[in-house]
Each structure stands twice: as structure tokens, then as C-alpha cells.
Design a protein around this ligand. Structure first.
Ligand code: NI
Length: 169
């Protein structure tokens, strides 16, 4: 286990559609443990493999520090199979530090995938868990929350964010 470097916008790995995980082996278990450790250390409530430079369809989510008594979720090759409703709420991302925005998301999602042992799992989620799952699954499709902002807001964000990057470089 080790702390991994979190890639930040505009790192190109964040824009890539990640590849499915094909075998669950020791390397993958190590990556999962390191991602969990990195998420807690950040601290964050979710992390997707592309955020640590691994273009794989793998996410970890733990919203228990903010909402409910929900255990850590490790999902391999997750897929949203159904979504319902719409809710607008504030969101941020470890790969876009220092920036939050209100983003529309489905209110309820059904997600299927595999757990870290490879067993198929299905999750029905609402509230912050639903939002976090959608956010992390976006990551493995190369989508950042800023891509879900209105074009005007996004342009404003881009200018401000890139200016700040230049100033702190
Ligand atoms: Ni994120």
C-alpha cells in the first residue's frame, strides 16, 4: 500500500475512457488498497483509477464521513443500469482542487459491477452516495464534473482555473 499521486486537471489521463478490468489479481488488489488509502488521506469521498494515472474501470467510494452508515464500496467495471429523478447540488473533485460548483445529477441510481473479489454486486443509491457513484463513474468515462457545467460556467471556470495554475506554477 502506498499513497498515490492524484492527477489534476488538465492531465490528459483524466480525459481518457478507461479500459475494463479483465483480471482480478494481486496487482489490482494492491492498486485498490492504495486508492482507498489515497482517498482517505486526501481526504475525499471517492476516487477513480484514472485519477491516480491508471486508466482502468475501477472506483472506490466511502461517503460515511458525511452521510449515513454506508461501508466502503469498491467497484470493478461499474455501470449505471438505471437512473431516476434529477437533483442539483454542490460538488467538487480531488482532481480539480479548490473548485466547487452546483451540478445536476440523477437522484437515484442502480449500479452494477463487481466487488474486489470479483463477485457481481448491484447497488441502489440515493443522496450523496448516488452523486458520488455518478461522479466516479463519469471519471472512468473521461468526464469531469466541470464538463457537466453549463458552457458559460465552464468557460468561466477554465479561465479562472488555468490562470491560477499559471500563477502558482
Ligand atoms: Ni472527481
Amino acid at each position: 500500500m502506498s499513497l498515490l499521486k492524484i492527477r489534476t486537471y488538465p492531465d490528459p489521463v483524466l480525459k481518457k475512457k478507461a479500459l475494463p478490468v479483465e483480471s482480478i489479481n494481486g496487482d489490482l488488489q494492491e492498486l485498490i488498497d492504495s486508492m482507498v488509502e489515497t482517498m482517505y488521506a486526501a481526504p475525499g469521498i471517492g476516487l477513480a483509477a484514472p485519477q491516480v494515472g491508471e486508466s482502468k474501470r475501477l472506483i472506490v467510494v466511502d461517503v460515511s464521513s458525511k452521510e449515513g452508515d454506508i461501508p466502503l464500496i469498491v467497484l470493478i467495471n461499474p455501470e449505471i443500469i438505471q437512473s431516476e429523478g434529477r437533483i442539483v447540488s454542490e460538488e467538487g473533485c480531488l482532481s480539480v482542487p479548490g473548485y466547487v460548483s452546483t451540478i445536476p445529477r440523477a437522484e437515484k441510481v442502480y449500479v452494477k459491477g463487481h466487488d474486489r473479489e470479483g463477485n457481481p454486486i448491484e447497488i441502489e443509491a440515493t443522496g450523496l452516495l448516488a452523486r458520488a457513484l455518478q461522479h466516479e463513474i463519469d471519471h472512468i468515462n473521461g468526464t469531469l464534473f466541470v464538463d457537466r457545467m453549463s458552457p458559460i460556467k465552464r468557460e468561466f471556470f477554465r479561465k479562472r482555473y488555468l490562470r491560477r495554475l499559471r500563477e502558482t506554477a
